[in-house]
Design a protein around this ligand. Structure first.
Ligand code: NDP
Length: 513
């Protein structure tokens, strides 16, 4: 500070000097905060001495904060703290563990506006989506708070005389939770809450692109009464911190959400150590529109699925499969309504689609648009990075629609994770289902129809873990199972009561009396 005041030419009269101090104070207040890891109940710096920035994707001039670039040593410290805390935490009765989650749920709900804004600034989704996600995190904490009261086992009759049989749940121990950037508070909440209520202690690593909203969640859980060491938060590269979290011998369970490539790599390690592993990964989700559907509703459903959250949802619609008799009408209305979408900084409440999360994601999306063109699909709408005025400061891309997309094309097979939609014609319901299932993924799907028989037929035959009818492929409730089939998932469901299954061991107890 004094350096700046003593610079030659810097005004020295008392009034101007006071102004200089004021402007320095202003600069200081605007400086981004450096956030720390939370290990063993304390906020601590990484032993690396390094940090990395968290940047607003709608305005890259804004550094939201700096985060610890942690290393293997920090990760081991966090794991050791979690292991030390586990036995004591598991001894606390489940209803009391749940009460802490319940209190945290209220605290999150009370801060929806503030946390929603942080979420939008770090991830880019619209402020409406940001606040809705924060509210979702609160609902999840509240639901699992209630699971502390239930924490069910079975009591069953034995075929043997005077033998009583029951099952009881025990925690796994210390678990590693690794999350992506696209739902930076809901996904951490839906992993942390069932892990904790089950009596596990946690080491949690958020995605490097959006670590602040979940830091606030950890702060709140601590304030709600979690004992030290029970929940440890650590930031840093997946390739070092994440790798240690999945290979360390003290870890008894790994829950990961993210890309297929990383998930499959994690599985190689955890399989070797026979560690229980939950993987939720990519999708290539279809919306099927049958000729009997309500056309306007089907278009709205498709737009919501494909473009909201900038298409950066694992459950986003990336293929719309339309019965031929209504193909032209549907396409026309889809283009008309998509053109009207307002793209911009998600903090502006009138904006309907925010930016992509970073430059890598932008390049990936633009490269898939080029691939689509080269493969012979017809670009009907969009296809470009948005430029000029505020767009120059962010990673904005136009909502993009291709038609004449063949099932074998890469844009019909691979996850793009952006606002790019492929229209695919189908002769009839059976062909639509065949196209829908003809991908490696099986996360979510949607069907637009007014036909009850086809609804049930589709529910039976569609290869997806999340099955919607007359609703967008994206958007789920918080109290029912969530997860994919095929390469989208390792099969252990998250959310709802079944989430507890992953985080617990069942003991079967036989008592002769
Ligand atoms: P990534 O797979 O790149 O990263 C996910 C997390 O894994 C991040 O925290 C990342 O850390 C970490 N990580 C990276 N490398 C390793 C490693 N070698 N070992 C351990 N951890 C590692 O995914 P994205 O964050 O880009 O998220 C987008 C993906 O997530 C999409 O494919 C999407 O479909 C999927 N997703 C799936 C959902 C589902 O429920 N099925 C829900 C939401 C998203 P870092 O950030 O530091 O690289």
């Amino acid at each position: 500070m004094s350096d700046r005041l003593e610079k030659p030419g810097y005004p020295l009269n008392p009034f101007s000097r006071a102004e200089g101090l004021w402007s320095l104070a202003e600069d200081f207040l605007k400086m981004p905060t450096t956030y720390k890891n939370f290990i063993d109940g304390e906020w601590v710096e990484s032993s690396s001495g390094k940090t990395f920035p968290n940047i607003n994707p709608a305005n890259t001039d804004e550094v939201i904060g700096y985060f610890q670039q942690s290393n293997v040593e920090d990760t081991r410290r966090a794991i050791e703290a979690a292991v030390r805390a586990q036995e004591k935490w598991a001894k606390i009765p489940a209803p009391k563990r749940g009460a802490i989650l319940y209190k945290a749920a209220q605290m999150v709900a009370n801060r929806v506006d503030e946390l929603g804004e942080i979420l939008t600034r770090e991830e880019g989704k619209t402020i409406g989506e940001g606040k809705a996600e924060v509210l979702r995190a609160s609902q999840i904490l509240s639901f699992f708070g209630g699971e502390g009261d239930r924490f069910l086992g079975d009591a069953v009759p034995s075929p043997r005389e005077n033998v009583f049989v029951f099952t009881m749940r025990k925690p796994l121990g210390t678990v590693s939770l690794i999350t992506p950037w696209n739902f930076p508070i809901a996904i951490p909440a839906w992993k942390i809450a069932p892990a904790l209520v089950s009596g596990n202690t946690v080491i949690f690593k958020p995605a490097s692109l959006a670590p602040l909203t979940s830091l606030k969640l950890v702060e709140i859980l601590h304030e709600a009464g979690l004992p030290k060491g029970v929940l440890n938060y650590i930031t840093g590269p997946g390739s070092t911190v994440g790798l240690e979290m999945v290979t360390n011998k003290a870890i008894k369970g790994v829950s990961f959400t993210g890309s297929c490539a990383v998930g499959q790599g994690i599985y190689q390690h955890t399989q070797q150590n026979m560690v229980r592993t939950q993987l939720e990964m990519g999708g290539k989700n279809p919306t099927i529109v049958l000729a009997d559907a309500n056309l306007e509703e089907a278009v709205n459903i498709t737009i919501n699925g494909a473009f909201f959250s900038t298409g950066q949802r694992c459950t986003a619609t990336s293929r719309v499969i339309v019965e031929e008799p209504i193909l032209d009408k549907f396409t026309q209305l889809l283009i008309e309504k998509t053109k009207a979408l307002k793209v911009g900084n998600g903090l502006d409440p009138s904006v309907q689609m925010g930016p992509l999360v970073d430059e890598t994601q932008l390049k990936t999306v633009l490269s898939y648009i080029e691939i689509g063109k080269k493969e012979g699909a017809t670009l009907l709408l969009g296809g470009n990075r948005l430029t000029g005025k505020e767009y120059d400061k962010g990673y904005f891309v136009e909502p993009t629609i291709f038609k004449d997309v063949k099932p074998t094309m890469r844009i019909a097979q691979e996850e793009i994770f952006g606002p790019v939609l492929a229209i695919m014609p189908a002769k009839n319901f059976d062909e639509a289902l065949e196209i829908a299932n003809n991908v490696q993924f099986g996360l979510s799907a949607s069907l637009c129809t007014t036909n009850l028989s086809r609804t049930f037929e589709y529910a039976n035959r569609i290869e997806a873990g999340v099955v919607n009818v007359n609703l967008p492929s994206a958007g789920v409730d918080y109290h029912v199972p969530f997860g994919g089939m095929k390469d989208s998932s390792s099969g252990h469901r998250e959310q709802g009561r079944v989430a507890i299954d992953f985080y617990t061991e069942l003991k079967t107890v036989y008592i002769k009396y």
